[in-house]
Ligand binder design. Structure first.
Ligand code: GTP
Ligand code: MG
Length: 413
């Protein structure tokens, strides 16, 4: 038997607006984009203004009737709620509606599962998925596995996710062990990088802002850049060569989103730590989004939650080619700001200048002759600084290099 192509799921998007109605609406729009990324088609929306979601059923009873009618009318296969549901809410809604009940967390996890490509990414995603299932099993029962494919049933590498509590727990233990091993390896790499005294910048930002595009424009990294949410999951580091031989390491990592599931933040902790250990932040903002301000706030809240301290920051307001009022956008946390269209290559020179400036504040250019008896010092410059040139002359080795302030201090002594 040949397998038939997985049918596109038809879903109704459901949200409770606890605060600002406009904000809830744009969150729902983002949910639609997420659903589309996961291969589902949106057949309708239900938005209910409430002080808080109803504990037992998420929506009020009147709205549930309305939702039922909409499901009948559109022949939808399921609903996706814009908040993480409790097991009780899932169970009650499934009983009432008799369709597949999903939430924002399940959906985002599903996208991550689909996009993960490296061993580390796959382990991280599966761990987050199993953690989510473990705490929501009472709600789903066997309904997810009974319903066959679609959102929530995909595992990395199409491995079927476990639906049995004991099996889930065993799997979580073994995934954690695997991840710890991978993390040790990553720590070693990072240590090595630190020792080389190369300054590093972490590219951070809301998903789809243009982070990978920036890395590609600056370093020809060839990273996948796509009009998709969470196109990048695995960090990529490349060397950026600036003027006068200055070098900096750039890391492109996973993007952030409003209501980023805590399960993902936990299992992606080591990936996200790249931002913690970097010397500088490059914050890419989609200036063409009407939600640009809110998205910046989400990024900083996520970084604060991760314990990323204040770092010198370059903020790039990107996609100015399709933005209207971008000139009024400001980032009070940034020391440098550039308005750019990375796709068109506009603003790239300013970005390079801003990064050079960061480096220059931390590095000093030296040009001096070291006596042959002091070869040890020359080695230090070679290992810890950026060597621009060296030549052997009568009275010693002539070195031109960039060195950190610390090293400069030691050389002076
Ligand atoms: N119009 C316009 N589109 C851009 C610009 N820069 C990037 N894009 C597009 O925006 C989309 C997302 O770009 P990416 O670089 O993949 O974004 P990202 O921040 O890495 O996204 P994730 O990895 O999914 O979090 C792609 O389709 C890019 O072509 C720009 O200056 N203008
Ligand atoms: Mg990317």
């Amino acid at each position: 038997m040949t397998e038939t192509k997985e049918q596109q799921e038809k879903v109704i998007l459901v949200a409770v607006a606890a605060g600002d109605l406009g904000e809830a609406r744009s969150s729902l729009e983002e949910l639609e984009l997420l659903a589309k990324t996961a291969g589902a088609q949106t057949a309708g929306y239900i938005l209910q203004p409430l002080d808080a979601p109803v504990p037992a059923t998420y929506l009020g009873s009147g709205k549930i009737k309305e939702l039922k009618d909409l499901i009948d009318l559109t022949q939808a296969d399921g609903i996706i709620c814009d908040d993480e549901l409790t097991p009780v809410q899932i169970r009650n809604l499934t009983e009432d509606l008799e369709v597949k009940v999903m939430d924002r967390t399940l959906l985002i996890l599903d996208i991550f599962a689909f996009q993960a490509s490296t061993a580390e990414g796959k382990v991280q995603v599966e761990l987050a998925q199993e953690q989510y299932l473990a705490s929501h099993l009472a709600g789903y029962g066997t309904s997810l596995s009974r319903l066959g494919g679609g959102i929530g049933t995909r595992g990395p590498g199409e491995k079927k996710l476990e639906m049995d509590r004991r099996a889930i727990r065993r799997r979580i233990t073994s995934l954690k062990r695997e991840l710890a091993q991978i993390e040790r390896h990553r720590d070693l790499l990072r240590e090595k990088r630190k020792r080389s005294e190369r300054k590093t910048a972490a590219i951070v930002g809301y998903t789809n802002a243009g982070k990978s595009t920036l890395l590609n424009v600056l370093t020809n990294a060839g990273v996948l850049q796509e009009d998709k949410l969470f196109a990048t999951l695995d960090p990529t580091t490349r060397v950026l060569e600036l003027e006068q031989g200055q070098k900096m390491l750039l890391t492109d990592t996973v993007g952030f989103i409003n209501k980023l599931p805590h399960q993902l933040v936990e299992s992606f902790h080591s990936t996200l730590e790249e931002a913690c250990s970097a010397d500088y932040l490059i914050h890419v903002v989609d200036a063409s989004s009407p939600e640009a301000e809110k998205q910046m706030q989400v990024v900083y809240e996520t970084l604060d939650g991760l314990g990323v301290g204040t770092k010198r920051t370059l903020t790039i307001f990107n996609k100015t080619d399709q933005a209207e009022n971008y000139a009024s956008l400001r980032d009070p946390r940034a020391q440098e700001t550039v308005y750019a269209s990375l796709k068109k290559g506009e603003g790239v020179e300013e970005i390079r200048l801003a990064l050079s400036k960061f480096l220059s504040e931390d590095q000093i250019r030296i040009s001096r002759i070291f006596p042959y008896g002091r070869a040890g010092l020359v080695n230090r410059v070679r290992e810890e600084g950026t060597l621009l040139s060296e030549s052997y002359e009568e009275d010693g080795i002539h070195i031109e290099a960039f060195v950190s302030r610390e090293l400069y201090g030691r050389l002076e002594k």
